[in-house]
Design a protein around this ligand. Sequence first.
Ligand code: CA
Ligand code: CA
Length: 109
Amino acid sequence: MSLTSILSADAIDSAIKDCQAPESFNHKKFFQLCGLSKKTPQEIRTVFGILDNDGSGFIEEEELKFFLQRFSAGARVLTERETKTLLSAADDDGDGMIGAEEFQSMVVS
Ligand SMILES: [Ca+2]
Ligand SMILES: [Ca+2]
């Protein structure tokens, strides 16, 4: 299962282009532009599984750094500040990782 089976390549493209400059990443805008915020819970769960690269059941900070590259291989890595902002936007229980439900509520919020 790949991201492009859920999201259109064009939408991913415009979402990636919008945050090309370092420190310009905004997760709300990104999820809207790539179309993820309109997907079903099942589809969002699948995307979560892709972002959880090591299959641990959580998206850890190390995986978040490469968040954009999971959407498009040529994309940049997130800066340390963007990574931490994204983590704290989703991490409701404060364990330092993003679980499937936390991801779901961040995407649709
Ligand atoms: Ca993981
Ligand atoms: Ca958490």
